[in-house]
Design a protein. Structure first.
Length: 317
């Protein structure tokens, strides 16, 4: 694809993001081409977010900026609407409290032009209280084998976040965000790679992900039932389409969240027994996984000893 014919659609769902929105918009608008489009969806914010959007549309009048002001219906509805009105060759998502590096647009366009890959995956910086940590998928740029990345996705080896991807528009023709309160990225992530014919990895951090303890994806009161349903649906997907994968791969997301699911009585007695057998069979595998935190490994060991004990510990600590 020639650069002068390439059009990116950058979509941002915004809800009460006035503290970070200006920094995010500046990082985007100073580097997008006039041929690209930036779609800002104000999802019923009650702060100054909508006013900030209007100010930046006026400041960058030469850029192709669309502002949608709608009632609050949640991220999934906003994203589906953004997809519906977008017209770019590739879709990119940027969260309103994050920002992008000065090389973001150039690196993505360069990779698209050189490879024409359906999905571009790139590295990012995790930002916690101004401290930055580089998060990489591999140790060099490369084409990604489909079965390899699907195996990693099945295990939750890395976070299923859409802002880490540039995706060819045609992939979304087969996919829609489900109406869930949480984990809308997670709900479709595996399907995106399933329908893609090629995936390229950029070994460079070009996105800054701000970790906010009070953000939607980090709320302590987030809907555990929705999370369980989304994870179980992905598990069924891998059972059906990747039956040659080891069971432990697509069961790992349940094990990672086992404490929360136990507390909410979402695990049946049969599943409790099956999970204990699965952990016992794969204990060496589980303990050797570098991407699993120590707390998650301890949680699995305690569950192996007694699910009741795990519930008591979580309740009191």
């Amino acid at each position: 694809m020639k650069e002068n014919l390439l059009k990116l659609s950058i979509i941002m769902s915004i809800y009460n993001a006035e503290n970070y929105l200006e920094n995010s918009l500046k990082s985007i608008l100073k580097q997008v081409d006039a041929s690209d489009e930036v779609i800002l969806i104000n999802d019923g914010s009650i702060d100054r977010s909508f006013e900030i959007c209007k100010i930046y549309k006026e400041m960058y009048y030469q850029k192709n900026i669309m502002i949608i002001n709608k009632k609050n219906e949640g991220v999934s509805v906003a994203r589906n609407y953004g997809l519906k009105i977008s017209s770019g060759d590739y879709i990119l998502w940027i969260d309103a409290d994050d920002w992008i590096s000065n090389e973001y647009i150039n690196e993505i366009k360069k990779c698209i032009i050189e490879t024409n890959a359906d999905i571009i995956l790139f590295d990012y910086y995790e930002v916690k209280k101004e401290k930055q940590k580089k998060i990489s998928y591999k140790d060099r740029a490369c084409y990604i084998n489909k079965n390899d990345i699907m195996k990693d996705i099945a295990q939750d080896k890395f976070a299923s976040t859409l802002w880490r991807l540039a995706i060819k528009r045609k992939i979304y023709n087969k996919i829609e965000f489900p109406n869930v309160k949480t984990m809308e990225d997670y709900a479709i992530y595996h399907e995106l790679f399933y329908y893609a014919d090629s995936c390229m990895y950029i070994y460079k951090p070009i996105y800054f992900y701000r970790v906010l303890e009070n953000s939607l994806s980090h709320r302590k009161d987030q809907d555990i039932i929705d999370r369980y349903k989304v994870i179980k649906k992905r598990e069924q997907f891998f059972k059906k389409n990747y039956s040659f994968f080891k069971e432990i791969y697509y069961k790992l997301p349940i094990l990672i969240n086992i404490g929360a699911f136990l507390e909410n009585n979402l695990i049946s007695d049969k599943e409790k027994r099956d999970i204990r057998i699965l952990i016992l069979k794969n204990i060496k595998f589980l303990l050797s996984r570098k991407y699993l935190s120590l707390s998650k490994k301890i949680q699995m060991i305690v569950y192996l000893i007694s699910p009741i004990l795990l519930r008591i510990i979580r309740k009191n600590y």
